[in-house]
Design a protein around this ligand. Structure first.
Ligand SMILES: [Zn+2]
Length: 180
C-alpha cells in the first residue's frame, strides 16, 4: 500500500519539475537529505515568502513548502529540532496517503517522531518538537483541526519512543490514522 503511494508521489514529482520554480530553503538542507534518505523519497522543499509563517505539504505537486524565516523563529523559540520536527511532520503528510483532518495531523506528528528516532536524534529533539506542538495545539477538539496540545505531544512521543525499526506497514500500528 505504502509503496503504491510512493510511486504516485514520484510521478507527481516528475510533473512538478516541469511545473515551475522551486526556490530552495538552505537552512533546511540537512533535513531535506535526511528525510528523503529515511523515507526513500525524492521530495523537494520549496520556499514560501517570508511572513507566510507556515509550512505545508502539497501532495498534488509532490513538494513540501516552508517559510524559512518562520522555521528559524520556531528554532529560536523551541530549539532547532522543533523546526526539524515540523518538516518531518510535512513528510508524514507526503507518505501517509490522501488523508486530511485531525487524525491525519496526529499521524503526521507521530511519523515525525518515528523519523527523529530513526535517524538517531536523542530524546531532547522530540521534546523540542513536542513543545512546539503543545504551543500549536487546538483549543478544542475538532475533526478538522490539528489535535489538542496534549494529543499532539502524545502523538510525537508515541512515534519517537515506540519506533524500533518497524517496516513501513508496521508503522500503521504505531501511528494509526486516529486520535491519540
Ligand atoms: Zn499537518
Amino acid at each position: 500500500m505504502i509503496k503504491v503511494i510512493f510511486t504516485i508521489f514520484c510521478l507527481a514529482i516528475i510533473s512538478t519539475n516541469s511545473f515551475g520554480q522551486c526556490v530552495p530553503v538552505p537552512n533546511a538542507n540537512q533535513e531535506l537529505v535526511a528525510l528523503n534518505n529515511f523515507w526513500g523519497t525524492n521530495i523537494p522543499i520549496c520556499r514560501l515568502p517570508a511572513g507566510s509563517n507556515n509550512a505545508y505539504a502539497d501532495r498534488n505537486r509532490g513538494v513540501v513548502l516552508a517559510d524559512q524565516d518562520w522555521l528559524d523563529v520556531i528554532a529560536f523559540n523551541f530549539g532547532s529540532f522543533a523546526a526539524t520536527g515540523i518538516l518531518a511532520h510535512e513528510w508524514g503528510h507526503m507518505i501517509q496517503g490522501p488523508y486530511n483532518g485531525t487524525a491525519a495531523e496526529l499521524q503526521a506528528d507521530c511519523l515525525a517522531g518515528v523519523f527523529m528516532r530513526g535517524v538517531g536524534l536523542n530524546w531532547q529533539a522530540v521534546e523540542q518538537f513536542a513543545m512546539a506542538n503543545a504551543f500549536a495545539g487546538d483549543g478544542h477538539w475538532s475533526l478538522n483541526g490539528h489535535g489538542t496540545s496534549a494529543q499532539r505531544v502524545t502523538a510525537a512521543r508515541r512515534g519517537y519512543y515506540g519506533y524500533n525499526g518497524q517496516i513501513r506497514s508496521g508503522l500503521l500500528a504505531l501511528c494509526p490514522l486516529s486520535a491519540f
